[in-house]
Design a binder for this molecule. Structure first.
Ligand SMILES: Cc1cc2nc3c(=O)[nH]c(=O)nc-3n(C[C@H](O)[C@H](O)[C@H](O)COP(=O)(O)O)c2cc1C
Length: 181
C-alpha cells in the first residue's frame, strides 16, 4: 500500500552549493543553495532557484552573473553560515574567512576553498511563485588540479561534495557495482 501525501518539495538528496554573486558597485556575497541543477548540455546550462527576498537575488538580477562553487565537507559549517545569514547584514566572505578569487569570464569572485567553480551568465529568468528560476549558461569552469584524474576528469571522491537531505548534510558513500559491466 502507498500513502498519498500533499504536493510538497521532497526531491532529495540535492547538492548543497555556495553561489557567489556581486553587485554593480562591486559588493560580493555568498548564498547557500540546494535547489540547483543541470538543465542543458549544448550549450551547457544550469538552473538556480532563488527567493526574490534574498539579498543575492538583487545582485544576480542586477549583474546577470553568478558562480556555483562546490564546497567540500570540510567547510560544511561555512555552508550553513551562508545559508542562515544575509548579505544585507554581514560580509559573508569576511565572517567565514572564505577567500574571493578573480574569475576568468565573469566579474563575480570565485571561492578559493571550493575545488570546483562554475562561472555562469544568466540567460533567462522564470517567475514561479515563492522562487524565481535563473537559467545560467556555463561560460568557464575552474578546477583545483589536485582533484583531477590523469584523464582530466573530476574525481568526485576527492572533491568531497556535500549532499543535502531535507535539513541535514551528508557525504558521498560507496560506488554501486553494476552487474553487466
Ligand atoms: C542547505 C541550504 C539550502 C538552501 N537552498 C536555498 C535555495 O535553493 N534557494 C533559496 O532561495 N534559498 C535557499 N537557502 C536559504 C538561503 O541560503 C538563505 O536565506 C540566505 O541567508 C540568503 O542569503 P542572502 O540574503 O545573503 O542572499 C538555503 C539555505 C540552506 C542552509
Amino acid at each position: 500500500m502507498k500513502k498519498v501525501i500533499s504536493p510538497q518539495t521532497i526531491l532529495y538528496p540535492a547538492p548543497s552549493v555556495l553561489v557567489s554573486c556581486v553587485s554593480g558597485s562591486g559588493k560580493a556575497n555568498i548564498i547557500t543553495l540546494a535547489w540547483v541543477g543541470t538543465v542543458c548540455s549544448e550549450p551547457p546550462m544550469v538552473s538556480i532557484s532563488v527567493r526574490p527576498g534574498r539579498f543575492s537575488y538583487k545582485l544576480i538580477s542586477e549583474t546577470k552573473e553568478f558562480v556555483i562553487n562546490i564546497p567540500t565537507t570540510d567547510i560544511v559549517d561555512k555552508v550553513e553560515y551562508c545559508g542562515i545569514h544575509s548579505g544585507k547584514d554581514v560580509d559573508k566572505f569576511k565572517e567565514t574567512g572564505l577567500t574571493p578569487m578573480p574569475a576568468t569570464k565573469v566579474r563575480v569572485p570565485l571561492i578559493k576553498e571550493c575545488p570546483v567553480n562554475i562561472e555562469c551568465k544568466v540567460k533567462d529568468e522564470v517567475h514561479l511563485g515563492s522562487h524565481n528560476l535563473f537559467l545560467g549558461e556555463i561560460v568557464a569552469i575552474d578546477i583545483d588540479e589536485e582533484i583531477l584524474t590523469e584523464e582530466g576528469r573530476i574525481n568526485y571522491l576527492k572533491a568531497k561534495p556535500i549532499i543535502y537531505n531535507n535539513g541535514e548534510y551528508w557525504k558521498l558513500g560507496e560506488r554501486l557495482p553494476i552487474s553487466h559491466r
